[in-house]
Design a protein around this ligand. Sequence first.
Ligand code: NAD
Length: 284
Amino acid sequence: MDIQRVSVIGAGQMGSGIAQVAAQSGLHVTLVDVDEARVNKGLQTIEKNLGRQQEKGRLTEEQKGEILGRLHPMTDLAAAVAEVDLVIEAVVENKQVKADLFRQLDEHAPAHTILATNTSSLPITEIAAATKRPEKVIGMHFMNPVPVMKLVEVIRGLATSDETFRVVDRLARHMGKTPVEVQDFPGFVSNRVLMPMINEAIYAVYEGVATPEAIDEVMKLGMNHPMGPLTLADFIGLDTCLYIMETLYEGFGDSKYRPCPLLRKYVAAGWLGRKTGRGFYVYE
Ligand code: NAD
């Protein structure tokens, strides 16, 4: 099966990026959010990004127009998925919300349609169980910012078919990404490896081993990381970091994934990183 029409559900940070890259690779995209204001905000972000590419000479005015012409903002979920080959869900990271949404997608999308989720940590197998087509449900985990980052973790749920995997793998390559196959376990690979490192860096602050600046400097200069773990945690959002650590802790039942008490304290204080102006660093 060749994918030609795609629906992206959720026009936030990730959904708008996914819709942009899909439209740039020639696909027809319906972009859906709960109201017009949000879906238009997603579209504006895409227009701004394409405008920047045009300024840099990577895109002509005509190409920009064509890409925008392939993007259709919508708020009616049933209509948006009625004729698509693939749905990519990128709504809030909440199991109940995603399960309800997948139930609706299963009802309104054609029988051949593959249902993918961009979840960073929730079990694909559980989301698939909300539908009557678990063999057509798969994880497609893009990285932020989507237009820039090459990786897509492609996560197979327990029932995901080989055909579904093949179609999604091919599509990710068509979108200019590099797919990597991963099985459905907590945190997949990306967050299973990244988050314990961030959590350990927070423990180092908590135990007074060094300042956040010093820890970030060690990891940048010593390990050649482009960004220190605490700067990265502030960028991701400390609430998201805590949520993912909780998922690992609960999923594996192993104390090595225990979220650092300092991380809990910052989240309780509303110090969530860049988005609230304060995390391990202060942002003006
Ligand atoms: P976001 O808050 O920027 O966007 C979510 C959007 O979904 C919002 O615009 C919201 O209005 C919309 N939405 C909520 N419920 C909806 C529904 N029922 N129907 C349609 N739209 C709905 O969040 P985000 O950062 O884009 O994250 C989205 C997903 O991507 C999450 O599952 C997250 O874990 C995952 N993810 C995030 C990152 C990241 O770095 N932010 C990276 C990889 C994956």
